[in-house]
Design a protein around this ligand. Structure first.
Ligand SMILES: Cc1ncc(COP(=O)(O)O)c(C=O)c1O
Length: 388
């Protein structure tokens, strides 16, 4: 057989597949993968059904249905006071993942350097490898996942082409502060770098509000904002994402997008027009429902003996396992599935060197309350099982 692409040499199956397969084998309650086990609202489902019945089933325009792009622009104005041109600066794509792919392919040449903050969502590194660009990592230090500005200054070189930030951050739940965003923005401007910002959890925040990178007028021309309807409307399987960027950048990204997927499912785009028109009460309920779930899982984990790091945003809780076990994170998660019946995600695969941080484990609380409560019942046996 001929050889496969060398591009794949650095790519492995995701840790999510491994943990989910193991969870299924052992009948464990799956708090590992980052999606809700409940559907989004009926009015969005009904709008999709109506669009399918109304014969809206052929290719959409490559950049997205104009009415949806207008609804996205309205949302950015309503929530953040940002102005975008729906025709030239907004592109609808098949999920935030495609947005990151198309953006990286539009911006990066082999050998360009990309700054990633670790732990980082695993797609960034894989996609960076696909382009032939070189990742450089800045560590976010637990428990508050702050970074050292000197590390960032030192990592930037004349080859640095872009930075990828993710706020609210998966897996840590960190919200980048205004000051941190400003520091990152200033350094990016000094080095003439693009800033890719993944804000898919923008509406799932708690004590503090999300600050989009694009709200700093000085940086806006260099910022590509990526988001998705997956988390905001709880339809992760629909894969409707979008990106906002100045016209010249959007034009280049659209050149990639047209040959990746060309366009995104037409009836689902129609449904998302209705979704974006949802009143503020929809967003308030999303936040307060997740807030209750965060506190519920937080207390369950604390009762079971975990040291928890409650998130400022997103729907994950990070725990530090070092106080009650000598197992590393992967061993612990496998034990947790097999012996306790609960699945979580080890965080070492989110670091460039997997052996560097092995004491952190992530639990997802985008689950129905009875699922979280059942997981809590099982976790009551954790200490006993660890000691046996
Ligand atoms: C930080 C982050 N970005 C992007 C995605 C993927 O978004 P989508 O399903 O819209 O591709 C996820 C999904 O978990 C995520 O956590």
């Amino acid at each position: 057989m001929p050889a496969f692409s060398e591009r794949l040499q650095k790519i492995k199956p995701t840790i999510f597949s491994h943990m989910t397969n193991l969870a299924n084998q052992h009948g464990a309650i799956n708090l590992s993968q980052g999606f809700p086990d409940f559907d989004g609202p009926d009015f969005i489902k009904n709008a999709a059904i109506e669009a399918i019945r109304g014969d809206k089933n052929q290719y959409a325009p490559s950049a997205g249905i104009q009415e949806l792009r207008e609804a996205i622009v309205d949302k950015y104005k309503r929530f953040y006071g940002l102005e975008y041109d729906s025709a030239k600066e907004v592109t609808v794509v098949s999920g935030a993942t495609e947005a990151i792919f198309s953006t990286m392919f539009a911006l990066l040449n082999p050998g360009d350097e990309v700054i990633l903050f670790e732990p980082c969502y695993d797609a960034y590194l894989a996609l960076c490898h696909f382009t032939g660009a070189v990742p450089k990592f800045i560590r976010l230090h637990s428990p508050n996942f702050a970074f050292n500005l000197e590390d960032l200054k030192n990592a930037m070189t004349s080859r640095t082409k872009c930075l990828v930030i993710n706020t609210p951050h998966n897996p840590s739940g960190k919200l980048f502060s205004k000051k941190e965003l400003e520091d990152i923005g200033k350094l990016s401007m000094d080095n003439d770098c693009f800033i890719i910002t993944d804000e898919v959890y923008e509406h799932i925040t708690y004590e503090k509000n999300h600050v989009p990178m694009a709200t700093f007028p000085r940086f806006r021309d260099h910022v590509i904002t990526i988001s998705s309807t997956a988390k905001t409307f709880s339809f992760t399987g629909w894969k409707i994402g979008y990106l906002l960027a100045p016209e010249d950048i959007s034009k280049q990204i659209r050149l990639v997008h047209q040959f990746v997927t060309f366009s995104t499912a037409t009836p689902l785009q129609h449904a998302m027009i209705e979704a974006f028109r949802a009143p503020s009460s929809y967003y308030d309920a999303l936040k307060s429902d997740y807030w209750k779930k965060r506190d519920l899982l937080g207390s369950i984990l604390q009762e079971a003996g975990f040291k928890t790091i409650l998130p400022e945003g997103s729907y994950y809780i990070v725990t530090d396992i070092s106080e009650f076990t000598t197992m590393n994170d992967l061993e612990f998660c496998e034990f947790l599935i097999k012996d306790v019946g609960v699945a979580a995600i080890p965080m070492s695969p989110f670091y460039c060197e997997e052996s560097s941080i092995t004491n952190l484990v992530r639990f997802c609380f985008a689950k129905q309350d009875d699922v979280l409560i059942n997981a809590g019942r099982r976790l009551k046996s954790l200490r006993e099982k660890l000691n046996s």
